[in-house]
Ligand binder design. Sequence first.
Ligand code: WTA
Length: 571
Amino acid sequence: MDMQKIPAREGNHNLKDYQKMRESFSWDDMKKNFSWSETGKVNIAYETIDRHADNPDTKDKVALIYSAPDREETRTFDELRKESNQFANVLKKYGVKKGDRVFLFMPRSPEFYAAFFGILKIGAIAGPLFEAFMEQAVRDRLQDSQASVLVTTPELLPRVPQDDLPDLQKIVLVGENDEKDEKYIDYQREMEAASDQFDIEWVDLEDGMLLHYTSGSTGKPKGVYHVHNNMIQLYATADWVLDLKDDDIYWCTADPGWVTGTSYGIFGPWLKGVTNVIRGGRFTPESWYETLQDNKVTVWYTAPTALRKMVSAGENLPEKYDLSSLRHVLSVGEPLNPEVITWGLKALNLRIHDTWWMTETGAMLIVNLPSEEIRPGSMGQPIPGVEATIVDNEGNEIPPNQMGNLAIKTGWPSMMRAIWNNPSKYESYFVNGWYVSGDSAYRDEDGYFWFQGRLDDVINTSGERVGPFEVESKLIEHPAVMEAGVIGKPDPERGEIIKAFITLNEGYEESPELLEEIRQFVKTGLSAHAAPRELEVKDAIPKTRSGKIMRRLLKSWELGLPTGDTSTLEE
Ligand code: WTA
């Protein structure tokens, strides 16, 4: 097979549909798929869950298959409707109102989904936090968002700060506990007492629903603010790109603490009313093959880092499993290596479809559609209704085959509407009518986009965005560390790993024990995925005369590359 171009196959729509759509497409027409196109009043929780529970044909359809090593359960659409109603009533009882921020800090479980939709039904804004976060990461996010309620588990409670959170009124505990303070709410007890009937708070399309914190190259993580209007594009892409049909069994591997885990782990599949597999527990290639096999998964949305692990686990491994149900595979979060696509064709007998988007974009923008040819190594082409290009630093478009900043014409439905409490940061994303992504890429003559790297210092490790500033800040809290500079170092399996350069305070000697202690300090204070895998002690950290850490220079040293312009380097 010509690996440069992998031919298309049929999806929900054929190639001609897409060609027509790309020429004359209006997002307004997409709205006709929703009941609210008549009333104007919406709630994404209604469209994802209750709509299917209202329909006698889908009321008792399995919406959720939950499988974790110690727990297997299912929920129908009707059950999810009732449980989320109950949780909305619990929130109402404790005074939560439209626009309040309610955060979730817990592992994936059926309770997570009931709580998530309960929050949306009352018109509040949900803030899911990655379960691996440690105290500092949790504090930063709860402080910035001024969350009034947190839903967590007794196991994770020790990582929830007990001070500096004046806005946090209540903590809902999911799981056995004996907390007596009236600050705590027992999930089980309250749910049993709550009615399963609830009048949904109807909101405007532009009302908030979700805050996802994400890292940039400077400062603390930023709250990316999304509104109910996202549903239009989430529905469209679930149809066109995930290619979901009524009887699909769908599995998205992402945690709802990250945007893929909400946009396509929750909204996309359930807007389309399919059965959604949620897997808890840790990752091994074997357990993932089992999940695909045992649940007869038909559509699978995952990430290059997982696929690369499966590749290294051996080509013969897939033969041990019955994967005959699987018909469509997609990837997001990092560059999808052509070798992985080749592996997919051989081992799974399927194409792997790369998709590109960001927390800020809310939904997929550049994709490989089922009925279009794939060019391995390319992220694909913009979806209908989206215009993408490559711009220079001034926001001027540049011709094909030249590298520049990947940019999107503003106005797609799922675009973030704000950075929480930070209007100037929000403004900084836009130049000349374009949303400028910070990814470098080029576009070929046929309109396929090719990812090249990040233009800033943001690190992408196993598909998770890590801001160097956050890690540096934590490192220098350790008494031994004077200064720190953090970079992403290329790694065949993880994409990048985090490498930290540090200088030591007087009185401290470099030793393997000390370095391990510092590593653990970040791991237990911030989060496991942000802990540097490599630590190197230096005599000095290169900085500009204005005191900015020159991470670029650290990176060039690390990779043995030319150091470029160092005229701003401090003496
Ligand atoms: C990177 C995840 C290459 C990119 C949905 C982007 C990708 C950042 C791809 C966003 C892809 C995402 N190929 N790189 N297909 N998809 N990225 O906010 O650098 O966690 O800017 O959103 O991941 O990461 P985020």
